[in-house]
Design a protein around this ligand. Structure first.
Ligand code: FAD
Length: 503
């Protein structure tokens, strides 16, 4: 294999440490913009540096020899230990091992980094479960590209984000009828050394922090949209890639004490503009093929594997939320009140339901013709539909539980430094067994999960990250096993007739 990405000096090869991840990102030439300015180095800019640190912590967990059983497996190419996020599951045990590794990572971020490196890795693993899908319509070379690129991702532990939805602009028209036609990211030129991509794509979560961005379409592509019916991998520092970040919650955080979550886990979301970006042919996996562009999600395990990771991650977040609910009820002295237990019980039922659905995905996993295992789709799509409804409900119940306690708080950590203010905080912002510092710390943590701007973005994230609700419900419709239901209806109908008697 002689692909040009193998010469990318940012990645040493093998399991990456956090320090190696940061070194690869530092001043790598990527163009990230925020607040009217170009960022320069994301590893030191206040909008990005702490999220970079949080991702680095994940790489440190995976590369720590003490965690190797849980977090690694042997690369089929090199025999060396590599990150388990790249393991293609061949048994239910492999799926369970993947789950434990993903849960270890999501526990470290309290489920608050949706696009940590294991998310898009899940999609690539799923694509590799049925690479022949990419070879359809005489595209054997593209399937080979995918396989070789996958080896590169796995053996160098690369962080990939993805942009698979075009910007809203005008949803009444198909992609190619946007005005001008190159608004949505797509192919504008074919050259001997690759294809040229122009246009924009929403919404690159973590793209500012990742090594590569995968550009494709999960939104349906129609005849005429061929230029957009692609799947390509692009280095985030490739000439012409421009990453426009939304407002930073991390940079706006007055301190880690005031915004303990926003200050650490703001993974950032960006509009990604491809300004005549040359993508070498070996990084092209789907090319102007409407059929494969759609089939890659549903005829392979990609959508299932990627979203299975997302569900495992969500479970960590819900466990965290439940822990906060219990701690606050205890601190406020209301935990023994039956009505409060009912409220927390309500929340717990949602958390337990989603955890049960992850278990069910593993228990009902299926094996494809290549011997690759994927999570059961009925439970998977049920979880995707329900999470969008359950998460806001849980936030609402948590707000009910917290009352004004998450608002009646010192304006910032600086209030503690003023002796006069501190004396009143100590007197009026404490609870039995909890100093003022402990109480304020816990309540500010809760607010950052349920009420801050960071929290609002998470609410929107859980609603939309897997697609809009009307789309995911139609996926559920397709995944549901109607055979059993129809058999029951047939049995009921067969049991009586016009005589008015049951058999
Ligand atoms: C925080 C966050 C992070 C994200 N991260 C990523 C990422 O990393 N990578 C990525 O590619 N994408 C990401 N997304 C984008 C996400 O995939 C899209 O938001 C999602 O697919 C929905 O598309 P849309 O936002 O354009 O909504 P639209 O498709 O425009 O729909 C918005 C609303 O319009 C209404 N509507 C539109 N069309 C119809 C219809 N036909 N029938 C009924 N109602 C309709 C519905 O109310 C719908 O909810 C992210 C989104 C969020 C919010």
């Amino acid at each position: 294999m002689s692909a040009s990405y193998l010469n990318d000096q940012r990645f040493p090869g093998g399991l990456r440490t956090g320090a190696q991840y940061i070194a690869g990102l530092k001043n790598d030439g990527r163009r990230v913009f925020i607040d009217g300015e170009e960022v320069g180095d994301v590893t030191s800019h206040p909008a990005f540096r702490d999220a970079v640190r949080s991702i680095a912590d994940l790489y440190d967990i995976a590369s720590d020899p003490a965690n190797s059983d849980q977090m690694t497996f042997a690369s089929p190419a090199t025999g060396e230990p590599v990150n388990r996020i790249w393991q293609i599951p061949r048994s239910v045990e492999d799926l369970q091992a993947r789950r434990r590794a993903i849960a270890r990572w999501s526990g470290a971020t309290f489920g608050l980094m949706g696009r940590s490196p294991d998310h898009v890795a899940g999609f690539f693993v799923g694509w590799m479960s049925a690479p022949e899908v990419f070879a359809r319509n005489n595209n054997a070379e593209r399937a080979e590209n995918l396989g070789q690129f996958f080896d590169f991702l796995r053996d160098r532990d690369i962080f990939v984000s993805y942009t698979i939805v075009p910007p809203q602009i005008d949803r009444s028209k198909p992609m190619h009828q946007q005005d001008p036609a190159d608004l949505y990211a797509g192919v504008v030129e074919e050259r001997d050394d690759g294809v040229v991509i122009r246009g924009a794509q929403m919404l690159g979560t973590g793209t500012a922090l990742s090594d590569y961005v995968c550009l494709s379409q999960v939104t349906p592509v129609r005849p005429g949209d061929e230029n957009h019916a692609i799947n390509v991998a692009i280095a985030c520092n490739a000439p012409g890639v421009k990453i426009y970040s939304r407002r930073s919650y991390a940079a706006a955080a007055s301190s880690a004490f005031d915004y303990p979550l926003a200050s650490r886990f703001d993974e950032t979301d960006s509009l990604v503009v491809f300004d005549d970006v040359l993508v070498p042919w070996e990084q092209v996996f789907v090319y102007k093929d409407i059929e494969i562009c759609s089939d890659q999600w549903w005829d392979t395990g990609s959508h299932a594997m990627g979203n299975h990771q997302a569900q495992i991650r969500l479970c960590s977040k819900l466990q965290f939320l439940m822990g906060l609910a219990k701690r606050i009820a205890d601190m406020n002295g209301v935990a023994a009140i039956p009505a409060v237990q009912t409220l927390i019980g309500d929340m717990a039922s949602y958390a337990a339901m989603l955890e049960g659905l992850v278990e069910a995905q593993i228990a009902t996993c299926t094996t494809n013709a290549n011997g690759i295992v994927e999570p059961g789709r009925q439970a998977l799509y049920a979880a995707i539909v329900l999470q969008a409804e359950v998460y806001p409900k849980m936030l609402n119940l948590m707000r009910e539980l917290c009352g004004g306690g998450v608002i009646q708080l010192p304006s910032s950590a600086r209030d503690f430094a003023n002796p006069e203010i501190r004396a009143d905080i100590d007197r009026y912002n404490q609870s039995p067994g909890h100093s003022s510092e402990e109480r304020v710390k816990l309540m500010k943590l809760a607010w950052d999960l349920i009420g801050s701007e960071f929290a609002g973005r998470h609410d929107q994230y859980e609603k939309f990250y897997a697609g809009p609700p009307f789309v995911v419900k139609s996926r559920m419709y397709q995944a549901y096993n109607f055979d059993k239901s129809q058999a029951l209806v047939d049995a009921a109908l067969a049991g009586y007739d016009l005589t008015g008697r049951h058999d």
